[in-house]
Design a protein around this ligand. Structure first.
Ligand code: FAD
Length: 685
């Protein structure tokens, strides 16, 4: 059919799972025109992914909705390891903290994907009129190479077709079933329990789309992002491949309210039985418990082909769990969801076409669910991409900034697959009987891997390589595949990591409490780093009672405040001076030794409508009710010398240098930012 209507958009997102929604959420803050379509008629109601890393919670907090997740989710504090004893009977061998203490102000939690999607939808609605268009399927794609280099042009054309409600019904992974003893298994969305009210919107909309069924539209886009899951249609259009193993394990997943005498059912457990396999227990919200059981694909498929998933039933998964947990008893009073799925451990060969079409989430990496990474890494892909798209579209940055998406995220995906490989073997292997049993898995090794894996699994370990936006020595973000995006030598900016020994350049900014200079209120530093698209310079000014430190602040303030400064140069005319680069100051105290207005205006900007900005200057000092954050000590910054930091809009650390090293800061930004001064390109948006 010929397109009946035509449209134009800055960013078109295909797929409204966690990756697509994170991107729409970022863009909802930017005012850029964005559309997001999904072939499914409704959002997810239950099941699927559920684990949230502490890094993901930090990100949610930067968008102001972590508190909703924190309140509703189940918090996982302890992991128990169970292994066979010398008689082959399982026993608890270890308890370890689920989240490494001190790593984040949040701990790992679990909450099902449907709720996460809900929070995103609410957040997007609050900041924009972007609406997920459900039951909409892209059917054709065209890319005009000649327009690829001009970021004001529309090289992408996509045809979208609206499906009828019947066609858009989600293909559920579960069918209505009864267990051997006649218990009914939840299957058809009737058990939405407390979630029904929230989802009314979706159901109403499903009916509305019906009226538009079979309508066809041609959309021109500046950017296209495929967040359309493991079978990505966008990836297929680009002809990109996933590399890695295709035959693998099958996972059986069961969400139940258990009835059991197993003592650790409300802890996260990894249980290795002597010969009946392994199970992972994940205690969930609403009294649910999730059981993950890895079944060998070879048990179900001949010759390494696709396993016959249809032969797996919830009963089968339960029976496996019962065998592993023996002599403890396990049944359930209610089953919320179950699934069986086969996963490959694969990474996309390319994440973008000419930095105009991007792939994110399951579309470029698939792996097992056991470390709870799928949803997290997928969301973090588009968290990395969102602000970069916005800065290029708004003309703040050169298009080359977008190269860092692949160079940064592809390495993370590879690390993830490697981690998954190692961990799969340890998780599913039979426990070693003794030290001579080479085929078996040493439980000591498993524990070590689990503990080490924990840092990786928290998301905090992410450490982006050197690039135009990460000023450090060493490897570029990703070597060996032609995506080295280090800035040219003339722009080469160097950090002085010794000035802040506990703030690794390339990792996300750690958080400690500091007090607002003007009202003494304590804040976690990360709370000041909202995801609103701003770059930040954090000036750790040191002790301002020392005259030389105050003198440096005066000099830095004068240079930043000058009309010719990079700060002014990169801020579009008519916009607040902190709208592209925000300056935050943290001095070493005491609080009462300083008056805000002792500092130059650059550190607390003034406007006629708003007066002085009282939310830019902070101090590392004792609070009245929440102790002393000891920020300087914890960041490894010498209070007599201080340090300045450049922080990316996604909270990763770009540069560490001397407090007053204005020239190096200017050089850093000149590597990828576009001056906005007279004669600048007019922002089309
Ligand atoms: P998805 O969540 O897959 O979202 C993709 C979206 O794109 C979907 O809404 C889909 O409808 C839409 N879409 C797809 N194709 C098109 C198209 N052509 N046009 C328009 N829209 C399209 N992870 C865990 O950590 N633990 C688990 O227990 C777990 N269980 C899972 C069970 C199942 C059945 C599945 C499918 C996945 C499971 N995962 C699990 C993986 C986890 O859900 C994913 O890693 C995560 O959702 C990835 O997010 P995403 O946004 O990249 O992709």
């Amino acid at each position: 059919a010929l397109p009946t209507t035509e449209g134009q958009v800055d960013v078109l997102i295909v797929g409204a799972g966690p990756a697509g929604l994170m991107l729409a959420n970022w863009l909802s803050r930017t005012g850029l025109s964005t559309r997001i379509v999904d072939k499914r008629g409704t959002k997810i109601f239950n099941g699927q992914a559920d684990g949230l890393q502490c890094r993901t919670l930090e990100i949610f907090d930067s968008f102001d909705f972590a508190h909703r997740v924190w309140r509703e989710s189940n918090h996982m504090l302890e992991i128990c390891l169970w292994n066979p004893d010398e008689n082959g009977q399982i026993r608890r061998s270890d308890r370890i903290p689920d989240t490494i203490p001190g790593i984040s102000r949040f701990q790992q939690v679990v909450l099902h994907q449907g709720r996460i999607e809900r929070f995103f939808l609410d957040s997007i609605k609050k900041h924009s009129d972007i609406d997920v268009e459900r039951g909409v399927l892209p059917t054709a794609f065209d890319f005009d190479d000649s327009k690829a280099a001009d970021f004001n042009d529309y090289p992408i054309t996509v045809t979208l077709r609206t499906l009828s409600e019947e066609d858009a019904m989600p293909q559920q992974q579960y069918q209505h079933q009864k267990t051997a003893d006649g218990q009914s298994i939840a299957s058809d969305g009737l058990f939405r329990s407390n979630l029904t009210a929230d989802d009314t919107d979706d159901l109403v909309r499903a009916a509305e789309t019906n009226a538009r069924a079979d309508q066809v539209e041609s959309v021109k886009a500046k950017f296209l992002v495929g967040c359309d899951g493991a079978h990505s249609w966008v990836r297929q259009q680009l002809g990109f491949k996933l590399e890695g193993d295709s035959t693998d394990y099958i996972w059986g997943v069961l969400d139940i309210i258990p009835v059991t005498d197993f003592p650790d059912i409300r802890q996260r457990c990894a249980i290795h039985s002597a010969s009946a396999g392994s199970v992972m227990v994940i205690p969930r919200e609403n009294k649910l418990v999730r059981l993950y059981i890895q079944l060998q694909a070879t048990e179900h498929a001949q010759g390494g082909g696709k396993a016959d998933r249809s032969r797996i039933t919830p009963d089968m998964i339960l029976q496996s769990a019962q065998r592993i947990l023996h002599p403890y008893k396990l049944t359930y009073s209610y089953c919320d969801w179950w699934t069986a799925y086969q996963i490959g451990q694969r990474v996309g060969d390319q994440f973008s076409l000419h930095e105009r079409v991007f792939l994110a989430g399951d579309a470029v990496h698939t792996h097992s669910p056991k470390a709870g990474q799928g949803m997290n890494v997928s969301m973090q892909d588009t968290y990395n991409l969102g602000w970069k798209l916005a800065h290029v579209l708004k003309g703040y940055s050169e298009g080359s900034l977008l190269k860092t998406y692949q160079s940064e995220r592809r390495r993370i995906a590879r690390d993830l697959i490697e981690f998954d490989h190692r961990f799969s073997r340890l998780f599913s292997g039979r426990p070693a009987k003794d030290v001579m049993d080479e085929e078996g898995v040493s439980m000591e090794e498993f524990k070590n891997a689990f503990e080490k894996g924990n840092e990786f699994a928290s998301g905090i370990a992410v450490n982006y390589g050197a690039s135009v936006i990460v000023a450090k020595e060493g490897d570029s973000a990703e070597q060996g595949d032609g995506t080295d995006v280090r800035t040219q030598e003339s722009h080469r900016v160097v950090s002085k990591p010794q000035l802040a020994t506990a703030i690794p350049v390339g990792k996300r900014m750690p958080s400690f409490k500091v007090l607002n200079q003007s009202d003494a209120r304590p804040w976690h530093l990360q709370e000041l780093l909202k995801s609103n698209g701003r770059w930040r310079i954090i000036v750790f000014a040191g002790q301002l009672t020392a005259p030389q430190n105050m003198q440096r602040m005066k000099q830095l303030g004068a240079r930043l405040g000058a009309p010719s400064s990079f700060l002014h140069q990169y801020t579009p005319a008519g916009q607040p001076i902190d709208s592209v680069i925000e300056i935050l100051t943290i001095h070493a105290g005491p609080r009462t030794s300083l008056e805000l207005l002792d500092l130059p205006e650059a550190f607390h900007p003034y406007s006629e409508q708003q007066g002085w900005d009282y939310w830019k200057v902070f101090v590392d000092d004792q609070s009245y009710h929440e102790g002393h954050g000891q920020a300087y000590m914890n960041y490894g910054i010498d209070p007599s010398r201080g340090a300045s930091l450049i922080i990316r809009p996604d909270q990763y650390v770009s540069w560490v240098g001397e407090v007053d090293d204005y020239d190096e800061m200017a050089r850093f930004f000149s590597g990828f930012m576009k001056p906005q001064t007279a004669g600048k390109e007019v922002d089309a948006a």
